[in-house]
Design a binder for this molecule. Structure first.
Ligand code: NAD
Length: 467
């Protein structure tokens, strides 16, 4: 089966970059990315794309208007496509049964209903790109087959996405593996073959893994759980290091040399953020609990417990070092994105640190090179963060540079590992700050000895300088 037209429901952090690379690598395929949000589509069609990813602009500019299109005309795109990706959001439920843990599958279900309402003829491959609980494909398939339209046939595949924000383009171009899960029936195999053919335009065949649908769905949750677990494991050693005089960087170096452990993802920090790790682990915990697997649920939940503890512990340390009061003290938050090279702030450590410091009446001067002012204000005004949004207007200012934020501050708090923070002129910064001037390096990116020699008081994760 040859695929000529692909459509993707959802022009977000996954749908946008994934389809851009698909169009770039498959000139023989027309790729249409659709979204319910007109604003998002307008941005994809403009010079300022809705998301920041290194290398994305160039790819989009090269393909847009040729074989890559962004549109709000969802029905037309669905009708014309041979293969339809569902790449919509699957946030954690904020209400009702499973609140705070289960994935909210409302958007996935609506997408499946849009497809079944719209399709009038032909064999359509529907690909679950969103991260979903195990067996979600079964629900999608049931909805797709609920109308029993003559001449219409669907096959559902699972094809989870493993890109990491900040390196999405490289990850997509050089994927370590592509996972395709599907039925082992003749039609299932046909669909798997068709999707596999698309990826083979740029991914070596041996890196395309095919398996049953449920293993594929679970593999995505498991991959994120393992990655987050490593971060929580190294972070769980940091209070021990701080109490005993050990240095977590030395410990990480030592254990990382063991090839059974490996050195990647052993960077201690103020904690992980992002839209996926927490959401997907909570989802896994919820699935375990629903199956009566309480011990397994508790095991995975501990990854989240340590992550929350790490963020709380760091903010307490800031307050403690600033003489147990930060009321009306200006504190610079450097970095608001959840990691470098992205403008995404979802679940960022900066949001949680800011919340704790606002609760202590600190005045926050925030700077991030890629996050715009309104995004920061919206994040901090969210009911989960501020019970009284007027406090945000009173306590928070947003700045155009690290120096502007640092001016008159008692402390700099590094929340995101942006390269530009490493290159700051800290002598200049020291001059414009209140004294004693503190640096709280939540990402362990700065030269701490150099900062101490300038005169800064330095605090970081997993190491104490003032024992
Ligand atoms: P996102 O919120 O950035 O984008 C989702 C988009 O889907 C939104 O623009 C929304 O308007 C649109 N949408 C919702 N329902 C729609 C419908 N019926 N038709 C058309 N558009 C619709 O989300 P994202 O970060 O791109 O994540 C999408 C999925 O991929 C999630 O399940 C997520 O867990 C998973 N994922 C995300 C990442 C990541 O790094 N962000 C990585 C791997 C997997």
């Amino acid at each position: 089966m040859t695929i000529k037209k692909v459509c993707c429901l959802g022009a977000g952090y996954v749908g946008g970059p994934t389809c851009s690379i698909m169009a770039y690598k498959c000139p023989d395929i027309q790729v249409i990315v659709v979204d319910k949000s007109k604003q998002r589509i307008d941005e994809w069609n403009s010079d300022v794309l809705p998301i920041y990813e290194p290398g994305l602009d160039e790819v989009v500019k090269q393909c847009r208007g040729k074989n890559l299109h962004f549109s709000t005309e969802i029905e037309t795109a669905i009708k014309e496509a041979d293969l339809i990706f569902i790449s919509v959001n699957t946030p954690t439920k904020t209400f009702g049964y499973g609140k705070g843990k289960a994935a909210d599958l409302k958007y996935v279900e609506l997408a499946a209903r849009d497809i079944v309402e719209t399709v009038e003829s032909g064999f359509k491959i529907v690909v679950e790109k969103s991260t979903v609980p195990v067996k979600a494909a079964e629900s999608i398939s049931t909805i797709l087959h609920s109308k029993q339209k003559a001449g219409v046939e669907f096959q559902v595949l699972s094809n989870p996405e493993f890109l990491a924000e900040g390196s999405a383009i490289t990850d997509l171009l050089h994927a370590e593996r592509v996972l395709i899960g599907g039925e082992q029936s003749p039609k299932g195999k046909l669909a798997i073959g068709a999707l596999s053919w698309i990826y083979q335009h740029w991914i070596p065949e041996e890196k395309i893994l095919t398996m049953d649908t449920w293993s594929s769905e679970l593999s995505k949750l498991a991959a994120n759980a393992f990655l987050a677990q490593r971060i929580s494991s190294i972070n769980a050693l940091t209070p021990l290091c701080e109490e005993t005089g050990a240095d977590v960087s030395e410990v990480a170096k030592a254990i990382g040399k063991d090839s059974r452990i490996g050195s990647k993802f052993l960077q201690a920090s103020v904690g992980f953020g992002g839209s996926c790790f927490q959401k997907d682990i909570l989802n896994l915990v919820y699935i375990c609990e629903s199956l009566g697997l309480q011990e397994v649920a508790a095991y995975w939940n501990s990854v989240i417990v340590i992550n929350d503890y790490q963020k709380r512990r760091f903010s307490l340390r800031i307050v403690h070092r600033l003489f147990n009061t930060v009321t009306d003290k200006r504190i610079s938050i450097l970095g608001f994105a959840f990691k470098k090279n992205t403008g995404d702030t979802r679940e960022s450590a900066a949001i949680h640190l800011s919340k704790h410091l606002m609760d202590e009446n600190a005045k926050l001067a925030i700077y991030d090179p890629k996050v715009d002012k309104q995004q920061i204000l919206d994040d901090l005004s969210h009911p989960y963060i501020s019970e009284d949004p007027s406090r945000v207007a009173r306590l928070v200012t947003i700045h155009q540079s690290a120096y502007e934020a640092g001016q008159g501050s008692h402390a700099l708090v590094i929340c995101t590992e942006w390269d530009e923070f490493v290159k700051l002129d800290f002598r200049r910064m020291y001059e414009i700050m209140e004294k004693p001037a503190f640096v709280f390096d939540g990402r362990k990116i700065l030269d701490h000895e150099a900062l101490i020699s300038i005169g800064f008081e330095v605090e970081t994760i997993g190491k104490r300088f003032n024992q």
